[in-house]
Write a protein that binds this ligand. Structure first.
Ligand code: TYM
Length: 331
């Protein structure tokens, strides 16, 4: 059985990028009988507000269930409730090198952004990929459905698994990343050469949030930055704004962005259809989220049971890794 694992961070409200790039694919594995764990990583690598993290963690959990993750058939839990992640992260830090961590693009970008705001860079920002590797390796994961921005972290995870196995004997499955065919990197609607991130710093006009009202979604899409051409052509390099809209449309309605382009004679018509397609795609998720949000005790119960199951699933492998490196383990 293929084991699938993925996660999100509660650093902001979840976006259309999170949904199309990764989360939307998660429920699919359940119907094929494969196990699926889902976690959201603690998000303290940059300055954070505890109350906000608490709120966003619950909202992310509720959204995962609203998207169709069935807690009877997969494990939905919060990373901070399962100690095995932190235990294994330490072994991953002892397997990785400082140079490897410093080469991570996300580290470089986030460290630069913290420095630009006059803030110190937390050590956990540098070691974050070791924690992410631990998340994945603890469960004997085969496949990790993520967006393109996580490809480098996944390569590092593979390297660490191989290195650990070579040094200490076969312990970990070497996982692989899977990306969607389209919309593996959804771009900001106002800055189409930058990834659509969760960040609520500055303007959010280019970010579609999964829980945005339909009117807000339509308005953001209608105001998306394009270019001065008038014909609709798919060209990621030369015309990133239009290409992004076509990618989103293809992800929502199916088909290839290049082919969809020929159906449009103007940007206005394209934007209208993209707006409607996104609203329709997100409608059931918003509806189900509203129902679940009214029953926080149910969501909490799912998380308690999920953490219990996750602990049982991870513990044997993490204990084995401790024994393999020569440390006395609990088991
Ligand atoms: P996070 O919360 O930044 O993103 C969650 C998922 O959404 C994808 N994604 C995107 N896909 C397409 N276009 C975008 N604009 C876009 N923005 C985000 C991300 O690739 C990701 O799949 N490190 C992870 C969380 C994590 C994790 C894990 C993932 C922690 N442990 C173990 C997989 C396995 C992260 O920062 O997610």
């Amino acid at each position: 059985m293929t084991r699938v694992f993925s996660g999100v961070k509660p650093t902001g409200h979840l976006t259309l990028g999170n949904y199309l790039g990764a989360m939307r694919r998660w429920p699919r594995w359940i119907s094929t009988g494969r196990t699926h764990c889902s976690v959201w990583s603690t998000c303290m690598t940059v300055e954070h507000d505890p109350a906000r993290v608490r709120r966003l963690s619950r909202q992310a959990a509720t959204l995962l269930l609203a998207m169709g993750l069935d807690p009877e058939r997969c494990t939905v839990f919060v990373q901070s409730q399962v100690d095995e992640h932190a235990r294994l992260a330490y072994l991953m830090e002892c397997t990785a090198s400082d140079g490897e961590m410093r080469r991570m693009i996300q580290y470089k970008e986030k460290a630069a952004s913290e420095a630009a705001r006059g803030r110190g860079v937390r050590l956990s920002l540098l070691t974050y990929p070791a924690l992410m590797a631990a998340d994945i390796l603890a469960y004997g994961t085969h496949e990790v459905p993520v967006g393109e921005d996580q490809a480098q972290h996944l390569e590092l995870t593979r390297d660490l698994a191989v290195r650990f196995n070579q040094r200490y004997g076969p312990t970990f499955v070497v996982p692989k990343a899977t990306h969607p065919e389209v919309a593996a990197r959804v771009m900001d609607l106002q800055r189409p050469t930058s990834k659509m991130g969760k960040s609520e710093r500055g303007s959010t006009a280019g970010i579609v949030y999964v829980l945005d009202e339909p009117e807000v979604v339509r308005r953001k899409v209608m105001r998306a930055v394009t270019d001065t051409h008038s014909d609709v052509v798919y060209d990621r390099e030369a015309r990133p704004g239009v290409a992004n809209l076509l990618d989103v449309l293809a992800a929502c309605v199916g088909g290839e962005p290049e082919r969809l382009a020929v159906e449009y004679g103007s940007y206005g018509a394209l934007k209208r259809d993209v707006g409607e397609a996104v609203v329709e795609l997100l409608r059931p998720v918003r509806g189900r989220h509203a129902e679940l949000a009214a029953d926080p005790a149910y969501v909490d119960g799912v998380l308690v049971a999920g953490a219990e199951r996750a602990r049982v699933m991870a513990r044997g492998r993490v204990d084995a890794a401790y024994r393999a490196v020569g440390l006395m383990s609990r088991g």
